[in-house]
Design a protein around this ligand. Structure first.
Ligand code: DX5
Ligand code: ZN
Length: 252
């Protein structure tokens, strides 16, 4: 069993002309999940990548876990294409899904792990009825749309609250956080109970990508060293995609 804390480098702050090489450098520095931010210019005021970019990255990085964070309207229309292009995890915003339960099952039916995301202004209790069916909950600690924004401290309370709910209900979902994760915030973030740390600016924007990833992971792991054994689980690299038979059962 490995420590629960994992780094998910977000390519949003990478040099897109060198995407494959920069993503590989972040993974070489200890990142275990590659975080891919998909923006449509409607749900958020920015446009980024679509399935062809995910498919190209998948060709050059066959083994890493790809975590597609969909900041888009009508995610159901695009989930099959992202699954087909190589996503392992797909997360959708609670705020963007009219039929959230259906959308989460749709993700699973395509063989991916389903995650749900909440914006800074969305309360944790809005997820009460889907926590049993998600693989991860992503807490936005900035308003989505751009990298390099300031961390919103209230998100720590949301992480703590999710960790408490998970314990009290005996659930399994993992807690991911996204936005403003850096050397000066990561200690509090990990102590609050976040396990998958998305970081863009802190990894890609300045200096050596591999060293940045290593330094952030070191800081995170030293803050988590007090963790109790019940918070130790396997890493994402060891989590298989949903087997086909199970996928069929979960189809809605
Ligand atoms: C923001 C994105 C994030 C972003 C985080 O909408 O979802 O993944 O890359 O960037 P940093 O780490 O720079 O705050
Ligand atoms: Zn993201």
């Amino acid at each position: 069993m490995a420590s629960v804390v994992e780094l998910a480098p977000s390519i949003l702050s990478a040099n897109f002309a060198e995407l494959g090489a920069e993503a590989k450098a972040a993974l070489a520095g200890g990142g275990t999940v590659l975080h891919l931010d998909v923006m449509d210019g409607h749900f958020v005021p920015n446009i980024t990548i679509g399935p062809p970019v995910v498919a190209s990255l998948r060709k050059s990085i066959p083994d890493a876990t790809f975590d597609c964070h969909l900041m888009i309207e009508n995610p159901d229309e695009f989930i099959p294409a992202f699954a087909e292009s190589g996503a392992n995890w797909i997360s959708v915003h609670q705020e963007a899904c009219v039929h959230l339960d259906r959308t989460l099952h749709l993700i699973e039916s395509h063989g991916c792990k389903a995650g749900v995301v909440i914006n800074p202004a969305t309360p944790v209790h809005t997820l009460d009825d889907v926590l049993e069916i998600v693989h991860h909950v992503l807490v936005m600690s900035v308003n989505p749309g751009f990298g390099a924004q300031h961390f919103i401290p209230n998100s720590l309370k949301k992480v703590e609250s999710l960790a408490r709910i998970r314990d009290s209900r005996g659930l399994e979902f993992r807690i991911e956080i996204d936005g403003g994760v850096a050397l000066d915030t990561v200690g509090d973030i990990v102590r609050a109970g976040a396990e998958i740390l998305v970081a863009g600016n802190a990894v890609f924007a300045h200096g050596d990508i591999r060293e940045n990833a290593q330094a952030l992971l070191r800081a995170a792991r030293s803050a988590s060293s007090f963790s109790s054994p019940s918070r130790l689980r396997r890493t994402s690299a060891q989590v298989p995609r949903t087997p086909k038979a199970d996928r069929r059962r979960r189809q809605t």
